[in-house]
Design a protein around this ligand. Structure first.
Ligand code: 3HC
Length: 284
């Protein structure tokens, strides 16, 4: 088995990628973050700096540890700069073609023993891996939003993943302070297989039960112990992201409950995407 993961690359520094990069630098891992432009990279660096500063202000992190963590982060717009990473996590747009294209590029530039991981929520890791000639080094590392706060990471074994790549990704999950679980490359893996249809049911109940958004959220928080209501959660995840994941799971399983409720599709089409657009079920 190849050595410990000491340097990680994160491709795509949106909400998920920036959160993952934050976890890496906090865990003492040198991290190269790649965005399409350095300007976008700097925005992500600013968000990470903000959250780490909040931790200092709240007494959860020493100032020196915060500064050292920030120094572990380097930014690039070139995939070629990921060549000396032990493991690369992809967190770009949830579409198969661009992911496959990126993995082909990663295969060209990364060391042969580097693990290539995808943070995909609902696409098949096996299909992403099928684009390259060394699919054994591809695994899923599926983090939950917000990545720095949610303890789980699903370590996904694709059809051709090697034991070595799988276990190295698992070990990195532990090093990042997460609770990793082992799973296979089945649609939605474990959590989204349950959570996506459940959230879709919740949204359908809004119309069927003529309950208000606030009351539905209160119902699930106070009656089912959820940390946040389903409408708040879909706003957090992003209505476009949730609709896309629902469509991907519906396509694979043909289960009616996976299909995105029309109300959510209409919101997505209208640009009501939740927190990121300032308006979804709630206004931010
Ligand atoms: N990164 C880093 N730090 C963050 C952050 C982020 N993205 N977002 C918030 N924080 C920090 C903030 O600094 C905040 O402190 P501050 O307000 O004092 O600055 C601190 O975290 C705590 O924030 P909250 O007070 O909002 O924390 P809560 O105790 O209310 O918990 C929660 C927030 C952990 C999000 C909790 O509400 C929760 O568990 N919600 C459920 C989330 C969930 O189910 N996520 C899974 C979504 S599904 C998914 O991701 C799968 C995908 O494939 C679609």
């Amino acid at each position: 088995m190849a050595g410990e993961i000491q340097k990680v690359g994160v491709v795509g520094l949106g909400a998920m990628g920036a959160g993952i990069a934050q976890l890496c630098v906090e865990a003492g891992v040198d991290t190269v973050g790649r965005e399409v432009t350095l300007e976008l990279g700097e925005k992500a660096r600013g968000r990470i700096a903000h959250f780490l500063t909040r931790k200092v202000e709240k007494g959860q992190l020493q100032q020196g540890a915060r500064d050292a963590a920030m120094e572990r982060l380097t930014l690039t717009s070139e995939v070629g700069d990921l060549g000396d990473c032990d493991l690369v996590i992809e967190a770009i747009v949830e579409d198969l073609a661009p992911k496959q294209e990126l993995f082909r590029e990663l295969e060209r530039v990364c060391r042969p023993d580097a693990v290539l991981a995808t943070n995909t929520s609902a696409l098949s890791v096996t299909e992403i891996a099928s684009a390259i000639s060394t699919p054994e080094r591809v695994v899923g590392m599926h983090f939950f939003n917000p990545a720095p706060l949610m303890p789980l990471v699903e370590i996904v074994r694709a059809e051709l993943s090697s034991d070595d790549a799988f276990e190295r990704a698992y070990t990195l999950g532990e090093k990042l302070g997460k609770h990793p679980i082992r799973c296979f490359d089945t649609p939605g893996f474990v959590v989204n297989r349950v959570l996506i249809p459940l959230l879709n049911d919740c949204i359908r109940v809004l119309d069927e039960a003529r309950v208000s958004v606030e009351d539905l959220d209160a119902g699930m928080k106070h009656g089912a112990g959820w940390p946040m209501g389903p409408c708040e959660l879909v706003d957090l995840v992003g209505i476009d992201v949730h609709v896309h994941a629902s469509e991907a799971l519906y396509e694979k399983t043909r289960e009616q409950r996976m299909a995105p409720p029309p109300r959510l599709v209409a919101m997505r089409n209208a640009g009501l995407l939740g927190r990121k657009s300032g308006r979804g079920f709630y206004t931010y």
